[in-house]
Design a protein around this ligand. Structure first.
Ligand code: GLN
Ligand code: ZN
Length: 763
């Protein structure tokens, strides 16, 4: 008989209980006992949710992050986080975020980075050639006992040794891989302890297997997985976020007793594994999408699975494709979605129920779950046919794309003259990335308007006052290109999504982003259309206040896509082009309203980059095409800016060049050197504004720092094409910080400008 399990369940709680207790503990308002008790309660609740599965997972709970928990398990939290006599959990929080609940001075927080291609961030392990590991498994083993005492059949979950070393930093790959012989005995010891407790299965998460691996890692894998299966419990080697089919010969040689593969991201590998994976070993198929919120097509899945089940029987397991960490907890607490939309969705809890239906159908026949299958079929059919999903106007507009201009009229050199004729851009032109501080005041106005306590006219008046203030401050500072400040925007994606047809908003579709932070991505369920302008009135008002050029500010199609839950009934590239058409319409309206400059932010472009090199070019080509469709319908004299929030530029530079924005502003203040390296080999032909003010830190930049960054940039980029700006938007900073920082920035830019004017022009 088929088995069902899951790889991990969200730990934040359906009402974000974990967030609230964590933050209360950090503020000193809850005791450690309250925190630990809430953790135990959430684990208990989660195990109860899984009661009807064949295995209950232990080890997927975490007070902050599962990679950091693994560092704790092997005794390698950074030494700086340790305080003599402190409780382990306080050291743990110091390692995560620089401080725990105490008021004592903090330490440097652990570096945070994205977990593969998800929007979940983990704390990067810090290892070196000298690292010594010590097993500190009490907290982990205690959770196993806790589950057993509650009567559960435990499948223990661990991050596998190779993925753990692969994700670490502080030493090069070869050095980290060389730590494996030191680490494996600890895994073996823990496995023995788990076996002594009667744990039958251990799930070893090895998502690094779906990436392009260097040989050192393959050797590490050979070593790890020839040894670990001997230690005790059976090993379920678990992979997700991609396929591993091309490595099947090697992987089949590892004597692991089970293998989990992602059948959603890489459905093409299912037939292969069904054929080659020995029948006496467990094959776990991740058939339910662990990364998205849509209900599964259960009947179609059964058609696909039934023949494999007939062959393998109980050595077939079914599961979500990956941990359910990446989807919201429970649709039953959702209040924001209307009944129709709701009927199309499945959150983590509902995905477990889908698994139960599949298992029941395979075990006892489809007739025993006829009603549930019919309901799933009906929901799917309704979604497919819904007029809310399909809009003939959008289909018609998509047909027209080929006839739209997707390339600027003229080359950059010609455009730049047309732009110069419209407003004379000085050397070292200064600007900002768009947002200015989101004060209490601003948030209060927005929330009063949302609750209907002030009417539209009053709201407009109050927001215009904010814009006027922001513009006046920028004029006082002497900035060259101004912005309206984005006071009206809660979020750079949600703001636009609320204007666009095809998006919906939930009340509870929260997903953990890092630590206690959760995000609630908009739900892109249908054809995207822009019924009316979204930003034009604010931008036009801002321009009316000044003679300086005003920059209209938009979020680009790729970022709107990457930061939403996206429909799965058509290719993402199609949805992206629909978004691009909507942005294009806004761009053209801003141009018609007289805005001389328009910025299209693509903050999330790079994070959508596929894990495998072979898939990257297609992704980048589509991203460039979407940007071009959004941006390039304008006249030569309209200047297009784009902004990106990262400096790892080297490997995508050619695509960034291909986007052909007149100006690109990018994050570099912290890592100026990294960006500049890319310019040694590739020439960026248009204007560029490397960030010179690190807005993620509360520190004010000095004149000397800004000047040093600009001079470093000036060695690679001629002054004529160099802009001066902060790293990113200023919305999280306070005016007291922003004003002096920008004043310094302007002062340095003006000084360099005068210097350049005094020098004889190069011949
Ligand atoms: N224009 C946005 C802002 O200034 C850009 C934010 C971002 O790049 N993350 O806030
Ligand atoms: Zn940014």
């Amino acid at each position: 008989m088929v088995g069902i399990h899951h790889l991990g369940f969200p730990r934040i709680g359906a009402q974000r209980e974990l967030k609230f207790v964590l933050e209360s503990y950090w503020r000193g308002e809850s005791s450690r006992q309250q925190l630990l008790a809430e953790g135990a309660r959430l684990r208990q609740q989660n195990w109860q949710r899984q009661e009807r599965l064949d295995w209950q997972s232990v080890g997927d709970f975490s007070f902050y992050d599962q990679v950091l928990d693994t560092s704790l398990l092997w005794g390698v939290l950074p030494a700086r986080a340790h305080r003599p006599g402190a409780h382990a959990i306080d050291d743990y929080f110091r390692a995560a975020r620089g401080r725990s609940a105490d008021l004592a001075e903090g330490v440097a927080a652990g570096q945070m980075t994205k977990w593969f291609d998800t929007n979940y961030h983990y704390i990067v392990p810090e290892l070196s050639a000298e690292t010594a590991f010590h097993l500190q498994a009490d907290f982990y083993v205690d959770q196993v006992r806790e589950a057993q005492q509650q009567g559960h059949r435990v499948k223990a979950v661990l991050i596998g040794p190779v993925t753990y070393l692969y994700l670490a930093r502080g030493a090069d790959a070869a050095t980290r891989a060389a730590l494996l012989p030191r680490l494996l005995p600890l895994y073996q010891e823990l496995l023995r302890q788990l076996q002594a407790l009667g744990v039958a299965w251990v799930q070893m998460d090895e998502p690094a297997l779906v990436t392009d691996l260097e040989d050192v890692w393959w050797h590490a894998y050979d070593q790890a997985y020839s040894l670990l299966p001997e230690a005790g419990p059976k090993i379920l080697l678990s992979t997700y976020f991609g396929g591993i089919g091309e490595h099947y010969q090697r992987i089949c040689r590892w004597p692991v007793q089970g293998l989990h593969i992602d059948a959603v991201r890489a459905p093409e590998q299912v037939a292969l594994w069904a054929a080659v994976w020995p029948k006496e070993r467990v094959l776990s198929l991740g058939v339910i999408d662990g990364r998205n919120i849509w209900r599964s097509d259960l009947s179609a899945l059964l058609d696909r699975i039934a023949p494999i089940h007939a062959e393998r029987g109980e050595s077939l397991w079914l599961a979500p494709s990956c941990s359910l960490l990446h989807v919201p907890v429970d649709l039953s607490v959702e209040r924001g979605l209307d009944p129709e939309l709701r009927s199309w969705c499945a959150f983590a809890q509902q995905k477990l129920e889908e698994l139960q239906i599949l298992a029941q159908a395979l075990r006892a026949g489809r007739a025993t779950v006829a009603e549930q299958l019919a309901a799933a079929d009906a929901a799917l059919a309704a979604r497919r046919a819904s007029p809310r999903v399909h809009d003939a106007r959008v289909a018609a507009a998509m047909q027209e794309i080929a006839s739209l201009r997707r390339q600027r009229h003229s080359s950059f050199a010609v455009r730049s003259q047309a732009q110069q004729a419209r407003w004379s851009r000085p050397l070292y032109a200064t600007t900002t990335i768009g947002s200015f501080p989101q004060t209490e005041d601003i948030r209060a106005v927005r929330s009063r308007h949302r609750r209907g306590q002030i009417d539209d006219a009053e709201y407009t008046r109050l927001m215009q006052a904010q814009i006027a203030h922001c513009v006046a401050e920028q004029e006082k500072l002497g900035l060259d290109v101004l912005v309206h400040g984005e006071a009206e925007r809660n979020d750079m994606v949600e703001y636009f999504a609320e204007f666009l047809q095809g998006f919906a908003f939930s009340s509870h579709a929260w997903v953990q982003s890092y630590g206690s932070r959760c995000v609630k991505p908009p739900i892109l369920f249908g054809d995207v259309r822009r019924p009316a302008p979204m930003t034009v009135a604010w931008a036009r008002y801002a321009q009316s206040l000044t003679d300086k050029p005003m920059k209209g500010m938009l979020t680009g199609p790729v970022t709107l896509l990457n930061w939403s839950f996206v429909r799965d009934d058509q290719p993402r590239t199609t949805t992206c082009l629909q978004l691009a058409l909507a942005v294009r319409a806004e761009v053209l309206d801003l141009e018609a309203a007289g805005l001389p400059i328009i910025q299209i932010d693509e903050a999330a472009l790079r994070e959508g980059l596929p894990l495998r090199r072979k898939d990257r070019q297609a992704y980048l080509d589509n991203a460039v095409a979407a940007f071009a469709l959004a941006a390039h319908g304008v006249e030569d004299a309209t200047q297009i800016h784009t902004h990106m929030c990262y400096s790892e530029f080297g490997d995508i530079m050619e695509s960034i060049i291909a986007m052909d924005a007149d100006v690109i502003t990018i994050e570099t203040a912290r890592s100026a050197m990294q960006l500049l390296d890319a310019f040694d080999t590739l020439h960026y032909p248009n204007d560029i504004g490397p960030g010179v003010y690190d807005i993620h830190a509360p520190n004010l930049p000095s004149e000397a720092q800004i000047e040093a960054l600009l001079r470093a940039a000036g060695r690679r980029i001629p002054a004529a094409r160099l802009w001066v700006n902060p790293d990113c938007g200023l919305k999280t900073r306070r005016w007291q910080e922003v004003l002096p920082a920008l004043a310094t920035l302007v002062r340095v830019a003006q000084r360099l400008r005068q210097e350049a004017a005094a020098e004889p022009a190069p011949v």
